[in-house]
Write a protein that binds this ligand. Structure first.
Ligand code: ADP
Length: 543
């Protein structure tokens, strides 16, 4: 069943999708790359074939004109450009000469220009040397068709009758002469092929000829007398070349596709390993196991950050759960005591003297306990609201000197009752801070209340205000019982009370609330205390 689930879901995994994208991208780019090379190769091969066709066509035309082939001591110098002035010299040498063909040959290592043209139906060949001197003007008799056919046969035999065919076609589409066409059974001539055929460039097409196993490239050129010279070459070598290339491409493509997908799968699997670890840990947490940590791997920065964020989250959840259970325990404990007290009071009254005074006294005590309970619950709610950020404290500017003066006046009678010397030490200049006034008043009130509560008679309390460039400090210093070093670590925890203070009234929530409020103001609250000299609470708030 597990396997089945795995099989069904594998296509939906990020690993699979990343590998798929990788393969698709890879296939597309290599197809594009190979296609570009193929097109480039095809264009080049075709161009070479076309050049070969033109060369053969020009050679045949020359033969047709002059009725002769190259002489033994002549060598064609195909790449030598014939200058314009050489053509002009030939035109000057023969009156009304219309040049139809020109070429350069090498005779005894010397360059010779041969300009062939027609004038008054007579064919002339003007030979000019490299010094631009007219060496000879020969008149030619126009080649006869049977003679031309011999030339076709000779040329096609030289190239191979299976490889090349040559035809001379009249402008109205009749075949005037042709090479041996027995190897080209499916060759058909159509008038529309030769329409628009020009002399210089020729018209090219690639066709399939039935009975010929390869494609055929055909060049049609209009020659000097208006007839069309058609030369065709079977593309056997070229097709073989392109096929070999395609085969190489297919095998390279398939094997790299296989390796590419394997690599893609491996890479995505490796990079997702961290995510798998995190999701496994999340599953564990879902089952209530908060003790684990996600181990770090070497998948890279992003996964490291994810693991680190996840571990931080687990730690925070673990901390919150511990805190929650502690708070729950404390609440249960701290609520039980007053409720037990209320119950005891009621029980004693009901079982004792049923006079109205007794009942009035009981009711008074119950109301007092209930008030204390409500106060405690409200403080708890306040701490939670401020701590969690649910309650956003709106801030206004206030002169801290005035705020402390008001607190001083409020607590002076209490200090007086215990015969405590209570001193207010304010700087001469007013110090303005931005704060939530009622909540900051609660902080100061809690600190002063504690100082009076934990300082014995005839003690001393100092409430002072100071400031530097960045912060203002409210300091409450007393000469009370002080706080032990171990207790100092916990006094800001909810419901925490040092053993010495349990005999005094209180619920252990005052400093927790003060801390939550100060934090909400981006400030700090610290304590320095010794059991011999007393305690100093310092609240620092940013200006
Ligand atoms: P409560 O005063 O109601 O017990 P608080 O949260 O205000 O709760 O204080 C927590 C504990 O810190 C007190 O129980 C007491 O042990 C200790 N404490 C606070 N202020 C002083 C002080 N000025 N001198 C000595 N102990 C103090």
């Amino acid at each position: 069943m597990f396997l089945k689930k795995e099989n069904n879901s594998i296509f939906r995994t990020v690993k699979f999708q990343v590998a798929l994208w990788y393969v698709m991208l890879f296939s597309f780019s290599s197809l594009l790359f190979f296609s570009i090379i193929y097109v480039f190769l095809y264009v080049n091969v075709t161009r070479q074939v076309d050049e070969r066709l033109i060369t053969v066509s020009e050679k045949i035309e020359d033969f047709y004109l002059k009725g002769e082939s190259y002489e033994d001591n002549e060598l064609l110098a195909p790449n030598v450009h014939i200058p314009e002035n050489i053509i002009a010299i030939a035109e000057n040498a023969v009156k009304n000469l219309v040049v139809v063909h020109s070429e350069t040959v090498m005779v005894d290592n010397k360059l010779l220009y041969e300009i062939t043209g027609v004038s008054s139906d007579i064919i002339y060949e003007v030979k000019i040397d490299q010094n631009e001197k007219v060496l000879e003007i020969e008149t030619k008799v126009k080649n006869e068709l049977e003679f031309l056919e011999k030339g076709f046969v000779a040329e096609s035999l030289r190239e191979g009758t299976k490889t090349i065919f040559i035809c001379l076609i009249s402008p109205d589409g009749r075949i005037l002469a042709n090479s041996d066409l027995s190897r080209w059974p499916g060759l058909r001539f159509n008038r529309h092929f030769i329409e628009g055929v020009e002399n210089e460039t020729g018209k090219f097409r690639t066709v399939t000829v039935s009975g010929v196993s390869n494609k055929v490239r055909i060049c049609d050129r209009r020659i000097f007398d208006g007839n069309i010279l058609e030369v065709g070459i079977r593309l056997s070598y070229e097709e073989k070349l392109l096929k070999t290339y395609s085969n190489i491409f297919i095998s390279v493509f398939l094997s790299s596709l296989f390796f590419g997908s394997a690599v893609g799968w491996f890479v995505s699997k490796k990079s997702m390993a961290g995510v798998d670890r995190v999701s496994e840990a999340a599953l564990n947490i879902g089952q209530g196991n908060f003790s684990g940590q996600v181990p770090y791997g070497n998948e890279g920065e992003e996964i490291r950050n994810l693991v680190s964020a996840f571990n931080d989250m687990i730690n925070k959840i673990r901390f919150l759960i511990t805190q929650l259970s502690e708070v729950t325990d404390n609440i249960a404990h701290d609520l039980r005591t007053p409720i037990t007290r209320i119950r005891g009071t009621i029980e004693t009254t009901v079982g004792g003297d049923p006079s109205i005074e007794n009942y009035r006294e009981m009711a008074g005590e119950v109301v007092e306990e209930c008030d204390r309970l409500v106060g405690m619950i409200n403080t708890m709610l306040d701490i939670t609201a401020v701590d969690s950020g649910m309650l956003v404290l709106s801030k206004t500017d206030v002169v801290a000197n005035e705020l402390l003066t008001r607190a001083y006046s409020l607590f002076s009678p209490l200090a007086e009752m215990k015969d405590i010397e209570f001193i207010l030490d304010l700087p001469p200049e007013p110090i303005t801070i931005s704060c939530n006034i009622p909540y900051l008043q609660r902080v100061v009130a809690n600190l002063l209340d504690n100082a009076i509560k934990y300082t014995p008679e005839k003690g001393k309390i100092l409430l002072s205000l100071s400031s530097d460039d960045n912060n203002i400090s409210i300091i409450v210093r007393d000469t009370g019982c002080g706080i032990g070093t171990d207790d100092q670590k916990h006094i800001f925890d909810r419901f925490y009370r040092a053993d010495d203070s349990r005999s005094l009234p209180g619920n252990g929530l005052g400093l927790s609330l003060a801390l939550a409020i100060v934090k909400a103001h981006n400030g700090t609250i610290t304590v320095e205390s010794s059991q011999s000299t007393g305690s100093i609470f310092t609240v620092k708030l940013p200006k």
